[in-house]
Write a protein that binds this ligand. Structure first.
Ligand SMILES: Cc1cc2nc3c(=O)[nH]c(=O)nc-3n(C[C@H](O)[C@H](O)[C@H](O)COP(=O)(O)OP(=O)(O)OC[C@H]3O[C@@H](n4cnc5c(N)ncnc54)[C@H](O)[C@@H]3O)c2cc1C
Length: 542
């Protein structure tokens, strides 16, 4: 059969793992070694998955079928057969099971999220990974739930039902009630308003109130989709009509004496809930930069072909500057997201009340989620503009990347919530000292003297800003500015250090551009460096 998807998606056939030079450099820097599965995954995504997910997005939306022909309530969420196969194929690559079983570091799962390049389908796997993580670490009962999640031939899928109509950021406003009966815990409530993977999930991590002390009464449970009797354990009221992430069904669910199993200790519910959420925050950052990279790769290949005023658009100085600046912005977001992934991957065994390494990993997660999400929104949007008017058309894959990017700053905690939680780790866990020490240690390893001096200036600036915020007492008001400054200075430190350690002139150039666009963007960037296409020509398709 004639197959022409490659005509509208030019990076088809590229191996998104082996040919992504900056990603390989960063993984080398963080000492993560891939395996044959992850290499195959890089190929599968560009050769098959992108096309399947583009089709699902436009024509194969999940659909809720509430009743069977005999009048029995089933709440079946129908996925297109190709979508189902894609999920299974991703499971076969070990995207969930390898890390959730404890066999390989969680870094494997996080890097897979970058490669998958579809925040909808990866959301289904994120939620599954979170649920398996929670069961492995905190479920102490007799039922063999975890085994189902780790069963490669027919794995279970998971979900996290936290947010309610009246509170996503404010989890203490949850109304779902948890009651302990002689037969175990039951949950009641009809406010779970954002239940992604509903209808796909065989079980979910659910938070509910077992008292009236707000956040301190929150308890974390595992809730299977089927009761012991085999009947549905909850109902799905409806699925949402969303702007993006169409592949993952997001529904409203209702509990009626729904059977639930306690995770960990009853009075530590909020700790577990936030810890489990950290996985999806890291995943969110990885997915955000993953889709931005693919959108930008497409735009880069387009810019090599499209001609205006007698030459290809990537020959115009202004467009060259656009391209190198976007590349620097994206690489800064990628290396920061990988750092968060690495740190969290190293503390997965740590339990409440946690330790300094855990608090630091959480702190970096706030920085990276914010930077990654907003870079993703910007890079996908400008990639669209590089395509000119046709970038805006839904018939080409670029628009979907941007729609999918938009949610990344909202779900798993908005940027304001990341800022406030970052302040909490500073105020209660003393993380700022560790942060500045980390920055200075990295600066000492930078060999390029020009870049080292720049970095020293930026670290000083971040310290001054932090001190003046502390003195002002306006912690909340200034927190998001600080979140961004901290994220930018850490990205710069990581890029510069990686450039020195790997002896990469390309990375040193990228670091210099990153420094200008992050800290001097109110002056004209006239440096020749902005037209150095050697920084980006690794994206050229051979
Ligand atoms: C597509 C999609 C899928 C989702 N899937 C899931 C899921 O599977 N499970 C789940 O549990 N949730 C899910 N969510 C919910 C998501 O996590 C929440 O929507 C998000 O955390 C924001 O909560 P909210 O919608 O209640 O907004 P609110 O908390 O009402 O916030 C509204 C605005 O106020 C701001 N704000 C709130 N408090 C403060 C403050 N103290 N200071 C300053 N600003 C503040 C916020 O930043 C935001 O801009 C999903 C959401 C979407 C869009």
């Amino acid at each position: 059969m004639k197959d022409q998807f490659h005509e509208i998606f030019k990076s088809k056939g590229i191996n998104y793992f082996t040919q992504d030079q900056p990603m390989r450099e960063f993984l080398n820097f963080f000492k993560f070694e891939g395996d044959s599965d992850i290499e195959e995954l890089g190929k599968y995504v560009s050769e098959e998955l992108i096309e399947i997910m583009d089709f699902v997005d436009h024509n194969g939306k999940p659909e809720l079928i509430t009743w069977n022909p005999d009048g029995k309530r089933i709440d079946y969420v129908r996925l297109s057969p190709e979508h189902k196969k894609a999920l299974k194929r991703l499971q076969d690559f070990g995207v969930v099971i390898k890390s959730a079983s404890g066999n390989v570091p969680w870094m494997y799962h996080f890097v897979s999220g970058y490669l998958i390049s579809d925040s909808g389908i990866f959301c289904s796997l994120t939620l599954t990974a979170q649920t398996a993580y929670a069961l492995k670490k905190y479920y102490k009962g007799d039922e063999k739930f975890l085994e189902h999640f780790l069963d490669g031939s027919d794995p279970w899928y998971g979900a996290t039902f936290y947010s309610e109509t009246q509170g996503g950021s404010d989890l203490g406003a949850n109304k779902t009630r948890a009651t302990e009966t002689k037969n175990g815990w039951v949950l009641n409530g009809s406010d779970k308003y954002f239940a992604s993977n509903a209808g796909i999930a065989d079980g979910a991590v659910v938070i509910a109130m077992a008292g009236d002390k707000g956040i301190r009464s929150l308890v974390t449970f595992f809730m299977p989709a089927a009761r012991k009797s085999g009947e549905p354990n909850f109902t799905i009221r409806r699925l949402k009509n969303k702007l993006g992430t169409v592949a993952v069904p997001t529904g409203e669910v209702e509990f009626s004496d729904s059977e639930a199993y306690l995770l960990g200790e009853r009075n530590k519910g909020i700790y577990y809930a936030m810890e489990i959420l950290t996985i999806s925050r890291v995943d969110d950052a990885m997915a955000a930069v993953g889709i931005a990279r693919k959108a930008f790769w497409e735009a880069y290949l387009f810019a090599e072909r499209r001609a205006t005023f007698g030459k290809t658009i990537n020959s115009h100085p202004l467009m060259r500057k656009d391209i190198t600046s976007l590349e620097a912005e994206l690489e800064g977001a990628i290396i920061l997201s990988l750092y968060a992934a690495k740190l969290f991957s190293d503390v997965v065994e740590v339990e409440p009340p946690y330790n300094d390494s855990y608090h630091y990993a959480r702190f970096i997660t706030h920085l990276s989620k914010n930077i990654a999400a907003w870079s993703s929104v910007h890079v996908t949007q400008y990639s669209m503009e590089i395509f000119g008017g046709i970038g805006f058309f839904e018939e080409f894959p670029i628009a979907k990347f941007h729609r999918d990017a938009l949610v990344t700053s909202i779900w798993e905690g908005t940027s304001n919530i990341q800022a406030l939680e970052m302040m909490e780790t500073i105020a209660k866990k003393g993380v700022a000292t560790v942060f500045f020490d980390d920055l200075k240690r990295r600066m000492e390893r930078v060999k390029d003297t020009f870049l080292k001096e720049k970095l020293e200036t930026r670290i000083k600036f971040a310290e001054e800003q932090f001190e003046s915020l502390v003195k002002s007492g306006s912690f909340e008001r200034g927190s998001k500015d600080l979140l961004k400054i901290f994220g930018n200075v850490l990205s710069l430190a990581l890029l510069s250090e990686a450039g020195s350690e790997l002896g990469s002139q390309r990375l040193i150039g990228i670091s210099e551009i990153y420094d200008i666009i992050s800290f001097e963007n109110n002056r004209i960037g006239f440096e020749d460096l902005f037209e150095n296409m050697e920084l980006v020509n690794w994206m050229h398709k051979v």
